[in-house]
Design a binder for this molecule. Structure first.
Ligand code: 4AD
Ligand code: MG
Length: 432
């Protein structure tokens, strides 16, 4: 049955008073005996279709009464507008059943998250899950648009890699024809190579971490956007991160008002996300944390709980910079004023969402980088190509990685990252 000529349910506005054809799914059915109210959705919009017995041929009326929730249908009806709200309705004249659904496992009553996650392939149809994926799509498109406006070229980094990027404890290892390969933790090292060709580059794709943690902020497969810029300093890097996040939050507020309302997201906190954000050094953050009662040690990395505690005070993102080099990755450039520190930053989101971005200026000196690789006990042989980049026209350069699911969860106000990605992977979930 061809779908040509169907009107989108989010575009009924221009069809008021006219008869249209729509192709959709029935997500709810109510009946008053003589009138059946079908709630339908077509991927774009959610509207009510009203079928009245006295207006319909008896075969059509019968077909409507045999409909089940989640059945797929083609409907012909006249569009009317709600007298006050900008809501539209269809007065049904004819129905064709494309497929009559079996009893749908997800009912309108409350289900536990584990059950819903087992039914993820079906749960994606619910309105809240639809809204989340629409926001995610807006963010993805927003990233591409922002990067293009800022003069970046997209460079695709490999997923199968022979070496670690972010520490060796969280690697997914696999046999690669007798050799060992790892699933990429971040495309950073590879896109660093591309700045010498394109100056400003980014990648955007799935990355993998064998995270043993069961927190609401960790997935084992998630999407990261890595950005890398030649001739850029740590300061330039932080300014770019702020600009990007401000842009993406604004974009979601403008394009997804309906979706955020459906998620009952209070958008006031998001409206305050305007650069410049709050900045502090790691040492200042530690001091603040102690004043809030934390027992964090001077040289320690911030854990998830520290991030949450620190952020209670702020309604804008906080950029924590210059962490002790000892707790950060091998490639980070040291602070010339205190070489025990790295020229790096983590951006923490407000409202308890934790780190959304991690970035740094990179070590651009061949000798120093080689020393760091050795200090971290990394196999020098597998980093020869990366060291090469410091031999031929090396430049100061900086970059960062943005975790898509952390950002989407924050913007949507989700309790757990698992709803921000269509098919989440965590330590205890590989299915469906
Ligand atoms: O801070 P990370 O580990 O930084 C890097 O991988 C750098 N190589 C990026 C770069 O400089 N190009 O990861 C970046 C971001 C984090 O800030 C966080 O938002 C997200 O990725 N992230 C995770 N998101 C979901 N689940 C996990 N297990 C995550 N680990 C990191
Ligand atoms: Mg990090």
């Amino acid at each position: 049955m061809p779908d040509t000529g169907s009107v989108r349910l989010d575009r009924l506005e221009s069809w008021v008073g006219q008869e249209v054809r729509v192709s959709a799914w029935v997500y709810n059915i109510r009946s008053s005996g003589k009138v059946v109210f079908l709630q339908i959705r077509d991927g774009y919009g959610w509207v009510q279709a009203v079928a009245a017995e006295k207006e319909l041929e008896s075969v059509v009326w019968q077909r409507i009464n045999e409909l089940t929730e989640e059945s797929s249908v083609m409907l012909i009806g006249t569009v009317s507008k709600h007298p006050k709200r900008s809501e539209y309705e269809l007065q049904v004249r004819d129905v064709t059943v494309v497929h009559r659904s079996e009893e749908f496992p997800i009912s309108k009553k409350e289900h536990g998250v584990d059950f819903l996650m087992d039914q993820r392939h079906l749960w994606l149809r619910s309105k809240s899950q639809w809204a989340i994926q629409r926001v995610r799509n807006t963010i993805i498109k927003g990233i591409y648009d922002f990067m293009e406006e800022e003069g970046f070229t997209k460079i695709d980094s490999p997923i199968l890699t022979p070496n670690a990027c972010e520490g060796t404890t969280e690697l997914f290892e696999l046999d690669y024809f007798g050799d060992t390969a790892y699933l990429s933790q971040s495309g950073q090292l590879y896109i660093e190579a591309a700045i010498f060709s394109h100056r400003k580059v980014f990648d955007f794709g799935p990355v993998f971490r064998a995270e043993k943690s069961k927190t609401r902020r960790h997935l084992t497969e998630f999407w990261m956007m890595d950005a890398e810029v030649a001739f850029a300093t740590h300061e330039d890097n932080m300014a770019l991160q702020e600009k990007l996040i401000e842009y993406l939050v604004k974009r979601a507020l403008v394009r997804n008002a309906e979706e955020l309302a459906c998620l009952e997201r209070d958008t006031k906190p998001l409206e305050k996300i305007i650069a410049p954000f709050v900045r502090m050094t790691h040492a200042q953050a530690v001091k603040k944390l102690r004043s809030f009662g934390s027992d964090i040690k001077d040289g320690a990395d911030l854990g998830g709980d520290d991030e949450t505690l620190l952020m209670q005070q702020y309604d804008k993102p906080v950029i924590v910079e210059r962490y002790p080099a000892a707790v950060k990755a091998f490639y980070m450039k040291r602070d010339p004023e205190d070489p025990s520190l790295a020229l790096c930053d983590d951006m923490l989101a407000p409202e308890g969402y934790g780190e959304i971005i991690g970035g740094s200026e990179r070590e651009d000196d061949h000798g120093l980088l080689l020393q760091r690789i050795r200090e971290h006990n990394l196999p020098v042989k597998d980093f020869e190509w990366y060291l090469d980049l410091r031999k031929y026209g090396s430049v100061p350069h900086s970059g960062f990685g943005l975790g898509l699911e952390r950002l989407v969860s924050w913007i949507c106000g989700l309790k757990h990252l698992r709803e921000s990605i269509p098919f989440p992977r965590t330590i205890n979930r590989l299915r469906p």
